[in-house]
Design a protein around this ligand. Sequence first.
Ligand SMILES: Nc1ncnc2c1ncn2[C@@H]1O[C@H](COP(=O)(O)OP(=O)(O)OP(=O)(O)O)[C@@H](O)[C@H]1O
Ligand SMILES: [Mg+2]
Length: 215
Amino acid sequence: MTLITLTDPRSPVSEAYRALRTNLSFYSLDKPLRTLVVTSPAPDEGKSTTVANLAVTMAQGGRRTILVDCDLRRPSLHALFGRQVEPGLTNMVLEEEGQPAFQETGVENLKLLAAGPRPPNPADLLGSQKVDRLIASLAEMADIVLFDAPPIIAVTDAAVLGAKVDGVLLVVSAGKTRRDHAQRAKEVLEKARVRIVGVALTNAPRDSSIGEYYT
Ligand SMILES: Nc1ncnc2c1ncn2[C@@H]1O[C@H](COP(=O)(O)OP(=O)(O)OP(=O)(O)O)[C@@H](O)[C@H]1O
Ligand SMILES: [Mg+2]
């Protein structure tokens, strides 16, 4: 997989990611979003692609950006940047006083925190107070911290994490995400007192620009 915002920044798809960035920046003018989780109801709906391209777009816009892979079950952000899964988030959580485990992305203003070694219970790890402290310290190092997360319906990870950040961006895939799954995901997030700040549509038909890349 390649990141279109890097390979073809002038394409309509990249423009769509910039529009998403702009919309998010208008979400809360008085208190800009500093920490944002991107997730979706079910697997394979475009979460990782969306969060990675959004991170690149924000970094290209001059914001100091940290991209964190919190999909400890199916990590993939490292691969998008041609990196290894370790070191990463779980190393930083386990060795709290240790060095930041960022990896280079080759993109100015963008740091990657990959997933790291798989813990026995990802939801417990993400729910720990150590993760609260880690999120707070990452937010101090950057203008925006973006988190990839597992799907909402299968496991609790995304809801647990979502409750610790400023907001959640929900990805839904045209023609793929089931209506009842989207509804259920919304209920799960609301029950966990997560703030849904927006919905991004992937896999859209051709005249809708995020989809054009894939046709
Ligand atoms: N905007 C998009 N339009 C069409 N297809 C897309 C879009 N974004 C991602 N895809 C494709 O959808 C597939 C899944 O993408 P991705 O890995 O980002 O999904 P995911 O939700 O993170 O999956 P997982 O549940 O495994 O973490 C990939 O083949 C990707 O190329
Ligand atoms: Mg993914």
